[in-house]
Design a protein around this ligand. Structure first.
Ligand SMILES: [Zn+2]
Length: 152
């Protein structure tokens, strides 16, 4: 047994580069209609990695129809300059069905994707929220912005 307290810290097992996305985010992007090159470009990684991840995550090949409707052929597609709404459509085509804040899965509630900290181009900066948690969240954000404005 090695008693050096830094011993464990210095142990770095060989790992492939950490994925910049979760399986969930990856599938969302893929099924929202982004092509392999678009995802690769977005994360500044190689297309090979994306192709491997499709296999790794066991992502089923999507239907062309989805691609046509929600991808580059859609007139709402604005590439990297996608606006808030367009980005929502692009990354999170599917409706969330639960709230990550209060944990409700009540089918009668409306669920939305809420941006957390203003990094609108960052798919990991979104959370599923029910309508009431979302509006509360937006109010808090607005207050912070107003506070900053007042302080100059
Ligand atoms: Zn909620």
């Amino acid at each position: 047994m090695n008693k050096n307290p830094n011993y464990a810290k210095n142990l770095k097992p060989f790992k492939r580069q950490k994925r910049p996305y979760s399986k969930f985010e990856f599938k969302k992007m893929y099924y929202s209609g982004m092509t392999i090159s678009e995802i690769a470009k977005y994360y500044k990684i190689g297309r090979k990695i994306i192709q491997n991840d499709i296999k790794f995550f066991n992502v089923k090949a999507r239907k062309t129809a989805i691609r046509d409707q929600f991808g580059a052929k859609n007139k709402n597609w604005k590439g990297d300059n996608a606006g808030y709404a367009a980005l929502h459509r692009r990354l999170y085509h599917s409706q969330p069905k639960c709230c990550e804040i209060c944990g409700t899965t009540n089918e009668k509630k409306r669920y939305e994707w809420a941006n957390i900290s203003g990094k609108f181009n960052d798919p990991s900066d979104y959370k599923r929220m029910c309508k009431s948690c979302h509006s509360r969240h937006d109010k808090i954000i607005r207050n912070i912005i107003n506070m900053k404005k007042r302080r100059g």
